[in-house]
Design a binder for this molecule. Structure first.
Ligand code: SAH
Length: 481
């Protein structure tokens, strides 16, 4: 059975619900929310429903159902828990040509209540023709995820700008193309972030002498620690906008196929200590080149784009070229690895704080650095890019006065299917794991919190070692200019 999808204006129309329980309550909420003049007839009525009716100018009567109640009514909902009664209400309504909804009985319904995704005035209604409300709710959740939470902010902004643009761009087709570009490009993204001044400026720029739409934008997006589901909703939304994606070696393989456009140009710019990759100046030059060509560039980075990720160099390019930019945070490796290992990084009775550190160049760390760590041996220490210096790290911590029983954990390929953990104390670690070659990326967590792992660890060790972050195939497709 197919239903015709309509949005029906209920403003002040008389509607009737028979029944006063929780189902009636939900339907009453919908009808009153659309401005219906609602009457409820029921043997008993939930106090919440009664209060809702009082607040919204509705009315109710306690007692049995009588077909005379249908007089003058435009829509009826039969929401009693008595099937025979619901069926009678439906027959009476049919005789009077009043559309009726019978709850939980799609066969008897003239109309059904869809699942709704709402953003202000924007509503998306989902129907499975009454077959499966669970499926409808699932679809609703999926749609909720892909739509910006504040889409109404964009529609409010569009409402204001519409008239202004209509005056400037008389031709219908020109106007349509213009709006497509606005809604699908950086201007809408600035509005969604509440950066209205920036959005207005970009719009004015687009209108001036019919310049081509400014499409250039740089989005620094954190893809999270490696599990494909651990990118943020916002990250996925902006990744879908990219004309060009410059991605790191630490990007989960699925993320690009799942979220980036198929025709987006995807370039691996992976740098690593022991493999050939692009240098930072080469990456910077690529970003500049594509921004100058008026493209949306996404710089997709592992973890969080603000942690050991050259954010400043790259942001500076956008600033210099005067194109909009945004930074989308990601779950940094420290947070991801700790969670996957069952470790809280701070803990009320123990670690008060956590420090993100690195030792990748030991010359950068003098005596004062080690002493500063020893000042508060309670803080959790997380070392990025340091597994190869682990022996030095343990020695320096011991020299600086750390308790030799302080636990140290190495997590390799944290959160991914290749996730593995190696624990010892700062005194025993070097001897225990010797010159074991840890797979990259790997991270070191030092501190008493590591002990929680024994109690709250929840990931089984992998059946066999497995490389998750392989060198990814370069996917250079020509883009259409
Ligand atoms: N911006 C990233 C860090 C980049 S530096 C973030 O916020 O996580 C790269 C280092 O991050 C690696 O050498 C390793 O120490 C750490 N790292 C990143 N992903 C990791 C993972 N899945 N498991 C373990 N360590 C990881």
């Amino acid at each position: 059975m197919n239903y015709a999808p309509f949005f029906f204006k209920l403003d002040a129309l008389p509607c009737l619900i028979v029944g006063g329980g929780s189902v009636a309550l939900a339907k009453a909420g919908t009808l009153l929310g659309c401005g219906a003049r609602l009457h409820v007839a029921a043997e008993t009525i939930l106090p919440e429903l009664q209060a809702m009716l009082e607040r919204n100018g509705g009315s109710f009567a306690l007692g049995g159902y009588d077909s005379a109640m249908l007089d003058g009514v435009r829509i009826v909902v039969a929401a009693t828990d008595d099937r025979a009664l619901n069926s009678r209400i439906r027959d009476d309504a049919r005789l009077r040509n009043i559309p009726v909804n019978v709850v939980d009985d799609p066969e008897l319904c003239d109309f059904i209540f869809p699942a709704i995704v709402q953003r202000g005035d924007i509503q998306i209604a989902i129907s499975t023709a009454g077959v499966s409300p669970t499926l409808a709710r699932y679809l609703k959740r999926r749609i909720e995820q892909v739509l910006p939470w504040n889409l109404d902010q964009l529609s409010d902004w569009l409402k204001v700008k519409r008239r202004e643009i209509s005056k400037r761009l008389g031709h219908l087709q020109t106007r349509r193309l213009f709006w497509d570009e606005v809604i699908e490009g950086p201007i809408a993204q600035e509005v969604l972030e509440g950066n209205n001044a920036k959005a207005d400026a970009l719009l004015a720029q687009a209108l001036a002498d019919h310049d081509p739409m400014p499409r250039a934008a740089l989005y620094l997006i954190g893809a999270g620690p490696g599990h494909p589901d651990l990118i943020t909703v916002r990250g996925a939304q902006l990744l879908a906008q990219a004309d060009i994606v410059l991605y790191d070696r630490l990007i989960p393989p699925d993320v690009l196929t799942r979220y980036a456009r198929r025709d987006a140009l995807k370039i691996s710019v992976g740098k690593s200590a022991n493999r050939y990759g692009m240098t930072q100046p080469q990456i910077d030059a690529l970003i500049a080149e594509h921004l100058a060509a008026n493209r949306i560039v996404v710089r997709l980075k592992g973890g969080d784009p603000g942690i050991y990720a050259h954010a400043v160099e790259e942001l500076e390019i956008a600033r210099r070229l005067d194109v909009p930019w945004q930074i989308v945070p990601g779950i940094t490796a420290a947070a991801g690895c700790a969670a996957a290992a069952g470790i809280p990084l701070t803990e009320r009775s123990g670690a008060n704080g956590v420090r993100f550190l690195t030792l990748y160049d030991e010359k950068l760390h003098d005596q004062a650095f080690w002493q500063s760590l020893a000042l508060n041996t309670k803080d959790t220490l997380v070392f990025y890019m340091t597994t190869r210096q682990r022996a030095l790290l343990c020695r320096k911590l011991l020299e600086a006065g750390f308790n030799s029983a302080t636990p140290l954990l190495i997590v390799e390929q944290g959160t991914t299917p290749g996730h593995a953990e190696y624990e010892a104390t700062i005194e025993s670690f070097a001897a225990r794991y010797g010159d074991h070659a840890f797979m990259t990326p790997a991270l070191i967590i030092v501190g008493d919190v590591v002990r929680w792992r024994a109690r709250y660890g929840w990931k089984e060790p992998p059946q066999q070692r497995r490389v998750w972050f392989g060198e990814m195939k370069e996917d250079r497709e020509l883009i259409q200019d």
